[in-house]
Design a protein. Structure first.
Length: 391
């Protein structure tokens, strides 16, 4: 009697133990069906194979979460379909000509299984994230769902999904830098006239404050850290902007949208999208920033304060870049002094802001103005300008 063929469930359990061949066999079994389904969506066999290759990596990375191991085939094909639909949306909106580009050399399932060790390390990095961030990463990056689909799956807003993804990227970057062929620390260089500007991508590590006197005297600072680097850029901001930023970083849902969610919605409703924000210069003592918007008429730059630009970036999940020269505005010792002077209090600020909103709502009832004070206050300084260096 011949050797019994193991079931999908048995192969899944073996793959979860770290063995490569069981995963390779699972992918071989369902590869052709997944490619066929992807081709129906994308209309190109070459793109379909590429999409299924990405789905295979997602399946290897996320196999621990498969609830029904005997349904691996349907699960894997579902991931392939979601990736294909996501690619189709991107192709139609960004690069319609890509559908006719020459075929690529996609790797087969056996080669994909060779990176199972890498997938396991990626899986461990994702498992170290907060629960909400894990779910957002799994659905958006690994299963190819759109922001709206992830929001529906998790029962949260699209803005909260983007905020969780932004936080997850910041947390994953130092853990996964070894898998990147070109790290984000290799700053992007652009040419402006005859002057080259070096841009470094940063993440918001938190919101700090100096706690002296009563709460109305607290001073706030947002800490921007170079992605995969050790350079910091602290920028003093107003209490209103700090409160909203803390809420976004902590993924706190509010009964009414704050101005940055409104701004993002208006941009989207106008057929445009925010692509990135940049902190461009310091004209002492004020920092300046721009928001890059891609619209029907092409890209446009909109002047903004850094706190507004960063808040918008956190809501929309777009990159934040800093003119690398700004890291030298203050000496490292001075920057360290600022960081020591303030206490990182992102969670506390978010909780206190949420409590104030709830208390005000109880006192005033469901009036249209409920919850506007936190976002309607203005900080001192030049309107439309920026914030001061953290020094």
């Amino acid at each position: 009697m011949g050797q019994r063929t193991p079931s999908d469930a048995e192969l899944v359990y073996a793959a979860r133990s770290g063995l490569r061949e069981p995963m390779a066999e699972l992918l071989r079994r369902h590869w052709d069906v997944a490619v066929l389904l992807a081709e129906r969506v994308l209309g190109s066999p070459d793109l379909a194979r590429d999409a299924v290759q990405e789905a295979a990596i997602a399946a290897m990375t996320d196999v621990e979460r498969l609830r029904s191991p005997d349904r691996f085939g349907a699960w894997f094909c579902g991931i392939a379909l979601n990736v294909s639909r996501k690619w189709l949306r991107q192709l139609r909106s960004e690069r319609p000509g890509l559908l006719t580009e020459p075929p690529s050399n996609a790797a087969g399932p056996a080669e994909a299984a060779e990176i199972a060790d890498t997938a396991a390390r990626v899986r461990r990095a994702i498992a170290a994230l907060a629960d909400g961030q894990q779910d957002a990463v799994r659905l958006f990056y690994l299963q190819g769902l759109s922001h709206r689909e992830v929001a529906a799956e998790l029962g949260i807003s699209v803005g909260a999904v983007k905020a969780r993804l932004h936080q997850a990227r910041a947390a994953l970057a130092p853990r996964l830098v070894q898998f990147s062929t070109t790290t984000e620390r290799e700053a992007t260089v652009t040419q402006t006239g005859t002057e080259q500007v070096e841009w470094a991508e940063v993440v918001v590590t938190g919101v700090g404050r100096t706690e002296h006197g009563d709460t109305e005297q607290y001073e706030h600072v947002m800490i921007l850290a170079e992605r995969d680097g050790d350079r910091l850029l602290p920028i003093w901001i107003g209490p209103a902007e700090a409160s909203v930023l803390a809420l976004a970083l902590e993924s706190v849902e509010t009964p009414r949208p704050f101005p940055y969610k409104l701004a993002a919605g208006l941009v989207e409703a106008a057929g445009s999208r925010v692509t990135e924000v940049r902190i461009t210069q310091l004209i002492a003592p004020i920092f300046y920033a721009v928001v890059e918007v891609q619209g029907p008429a092409g890209p446009r730059e909109v002047d903004a304060r850094p706190s507004d630009a960063v808040n918008l970036a956190v809501v929309t999940g777009v990159p934040i870049r800093v003119n690398a020269e700004l890291f030298h505005v203050t000496a490292p010792a001075d920057r360290d002094k600022v960081v020591r002077k303030v206490r990182l209090a992102t969670a506390d600020i978010a909780a206190e802001t949420q409590q104030r909103i709830q208390e005000r709502s109880k006192r005033s009832g469901p009036s249209p103005e409920a919850g506007e004070t936190e976002s309607g206050e203005t900080e001192s300084g030049e309107p439309g300008g920026g914030e001061t260096p953290g020094q």
